[in-house]
Write a protein that binds this ligand. Structure first.
Ligand SMILES: Nc1ncnc2c1ncn2[C@@H]1O[C@H](COP(=O)(O)OP(=O)(O)OP(=O)(O)O)[C@@H](O)[C@H]1O
Length: 297
């Protein structure tokens, strides 16, 4: 479990993170979404004790990160895949981490294979790795201490589509075994597939949060018929919004609308759930205002 309560970070008069609160539950993946500069990395850095908050608190399993006796055993962190020792091989880098964490070295080879860095790749110097390979090594590093919590900042950066698919599977499996995952992204589609919960941040403030199902809730039914008047009469019992193109949005499910149209003798040419706003539209709408404020500031 991750808890964030009233976390705030100011740089001079600039509020990079402004009074944000959310929770990440065991057994779930939380997507932390926001446009560039929204405050995601700053929040994750505060969570991991790397940036002191101006105010507010955050805990992992009820304990502030800095007070965890052996943090790597409880929480796997990947904040910047590029920041790895370029001179060591992937295997050496992970072996050093294993030693620091007090983890059996046998896990090193095992994990390298698990993240898609088999021996040939693991023997190469990290300096020669692509960003995608560094992300894979960073994930292995995060998983090394067999933690119950993962905090990952833009882990899909640099991964190819196969790599992104693989990573989603890995995070899903981790959460399905009871783990807690918090991952940030500025790309909606990256987290939309894997996340159970979403926290959307814009201009340092949370602009939306909740279960993905709630945030994607369908907004009714779009219906159209050959005769607008017959359709209007058929739908008299429902709350209806009429559009100039002759279509209607109805606050009901498709079956109820289909039955009412049938009973009223309307010949339907269209009957479908309204797209909700689509997470993408929601994301754009919710962050646009904060972006504009940011530009104006
Ligand atoms: N040390 C710092 N000093 C001053 N401003 C900072 C500092 N660190 C971050 N900021 C500012 O805080 C804001 C939030 O930055 P942050 O890196 O948290 O955003 P982000 O959501 O992670 O963005 P991105 O997706 O681009 O990484 C930005 O405007 C950034 O310029």
């Amino acid at each position: 479990m991750i808890t964030v309560d009233g976390l705030t970070k100011t740089y001079g008069s600039f509020r990079a993170v402004d009074d944000i609160s959310f929770r990440c539950e065991p057994g779930s993946v939380t997507g932390f979404l926001g446009p560039n500069g929204a405050g995601k990395s700053t929040t994750l850095r505060m969570l991991c004790g790397l940036t002191p908050p101006t105010s507010g608190t955050s805990t992992i399993g009820g304990v502030p990160y800095r007070d965890l006796p052996n943090p790597g055993r409880e929480v796997g962190v990947l904040l910047d895949a590029a920041a790895q020792h370029a001179g060591r091989s992937g295997h050496e880098a992970l072996a050093v981490s294993a030693q620091v964490l007090g983890v059996d070295r046998s896990r090193v080879g095992e994990l390298l294979v698990k993240v898609g860095l088999p021996p040939v790749a693991a023997k190469r110097r990290v300096g020669a790795y692509s960003l995608g390979m560094r992300q894979r090594l960073g994930l292995a590093n995060a998983l090394l201490g067999d933690p119950t919590v993962l905090i990952l900042d833009e882990p899909a950066n640099g991964l190819d589509p196969e790599g992104i698919h693989w990573m989603r599977g890995l995070l899903r499996e981790f959460a399905d075994r009871g783990g807690t995952v918090l991952l940030s992204s500025h790309l909606l589609h990256e987290v939309e597939v894997v996340a159970d919960h979403l926290v959307v941040i814009g201009g340092g403030r949370i602009v939306a949060q909740g279960s993905k199902a709630d945030l994607l809730q369908v907004a009714g039914v779009r219906v159209r018929a050959t005769d607008v008047d017959v359709l209007r009469t058929s739908l008299a019992a429902f709350a209806v919004t009429e559009h100039p193109d002759g279509s209607f949005d109805v606050d009901a499910d498709t079956e109820a609308v289909g039955r009412a149209a049938y009973a009223g003798g309307a010949v339907l040419t269209e009957l479908r759930p309204v797209d909700g706003n689509g997470l993408e539209e929601m994301f754009l709408q919710l962050t646009a205002a904060s972006n504009r404020e940011g530009v104006a500031a």
